[in-house]
Ligand binder design. Structure first.
Ligand code: FAD
Length: 314
């Protein structure tokens, strides 16, 4: 049998949740391994500017993510850059984590594999991501102060974020694929009560173009099938896509409960229904998916893993 390296705790994912979990567990003197398949920082590494992490305004997402992992490493955490392909809980209660480059084991496992924002699927969406196309109003809304924004989506999060943007932008146009919203009536009514909010039902964005920034949107009327083009000066408008988030939970499916929003159910210690398995960050069932809430989850998970390993769990 191939050799397997043992740690006190293993953290999967070096986004804000995983790096913070590793920091807290390492500072509690656990021997911790963090496994990351991509860049430190996870989703936030793709954001040019983070302006709402308390105490560190105007920081690039890549820098913030790197600093969080560096902090954990300076506290003693080890890092492996590889993809976790499976996890299992052995009969002795220890977790075995198999990766592309070897296997590891530990009595406590913290999974912080994050979430992926769903795309709307229009042509040019990926090309203009961060250059006019955004997936986070809390993060990027301020860049559109007194500008026009289009909000794609008709569900809960689209209505909530549309309301948030109506207080910042000069005009909010909701672009709803169907002929009605899928959010509760009260939420829709609050949104539509705003004077600067309008709705285009049965409409989809099919393409965006521009040079550096967005300049042109092609809309499709989903009833007639006809398309129409609108042009605006570069930098004068943006598109926010809120068609949902998919928590990344495949690795733990067999060991946890999953809520209706697709996120993992934990208690307030980040514990799942399986002893020694903790989940933190955007992969959890939660309302606010942000760096600060992911870091908070991570701190709790790291501390809970320590208590579990030391036999101090509540
Ligand atoms: C474009 C964009 C801009 C944003 N801007 C802001 C902002 O300004 N402010 C703010 O507070 N929030 C912002 N957010 C939200 C914020 O990035 C997330 O809430 C936060 O990153 C969640 O942290 P996390 O650690 O839970 O998950 P993630 O950041 O998703 O990290 C999960 C990590 O797990 C790794 N992973 C997954 N599966 C495996 C595997 N099998 N093996 C190994 N590694 C794995 C991934 O590679 C990833 O690095 C933004 C999000 C996006 C998409």
């Amino acid at each position: 049998m191939d050799s397997i390296t043992a740690y006190d705790a293993i953290v999967i994912g070096a986004g804000p949740a995983g790096s913070t979990a590793a920091l807290y567990a390492a500072r509690a003197s656990l021997d911790v391994l963090v496994i990351e398949q991509g860049m430190p920082g996870g989703q936030i590494a793709t954001s040019d500017m983070v302006d709402n992490y308390p105490g560190i305004p105007n920081v690039s997402g890549a820098e913030l993510g790197q600093k969080m992992l560096d902090h954990a490493e300076s506290a003693g955490a080890h890092v492996e850059y590889t993809m976790v392909t499976s996890i299992s809980r052995r009969d002795d209660g220890r977790y075995e984590v198999v990766t592309d480059s070897g296997a590891f084991e530990a009595p406590a496992l913290i999974v912080a594999t994050g979430a992926t924002p769903r795309t709307a699927g229009f042509v040019g969406e990926e090309e203009f991501r961060g250059r006019g196309v955004s997936y986070c109003a809390t993060c990027d809304g301020m860049f559109y102060r007194n500008k026009k924004v289009f909000v794609v989506g008709g569900g809960n999060s689209a209505c909530e974020e549309g309301l948030f943007l109506s207080r910042i932008a000069s005009e909010v146009v909701m672009v709803v694929r169907r002929d009605e919203f899928r959010a509760p009536r009260g939420r829709v009514d609050r949104l539509l009560a705003q004077k600067n909010v309008s709705v285009r039902f049965s409409t989809s964005i099919v393409e965006v173009t521009g040079t550096q920034l967005l300049e042109r949107i092609v809309f499709r009327d989903n009833v007639s099938g006809e398309t129409s083009v609108e042009e605006y000066p570069a930098g004068s408008f943006g598109i926010f896509v809120f068609t949902g988030n998919d928590p990344v939970t495949e690795l733990v499916h067999a060991l946890v409960d999953v809520a209706a929003d697709g996120g993992v159910v934990t208690d307030e210690d980040m514990a799942t229904r399986t002893p020694g398995l903790f989940c933190a960050g955007d992969m959890r069932s939660k309302r606010l998916r942000q760096v600060v809430t992911a870091a908070s989850d991570g701190a709790i998970a790291g501390s809970s893993a320590y208590a579990y390993v030391e036999g101090l769990a509540r």
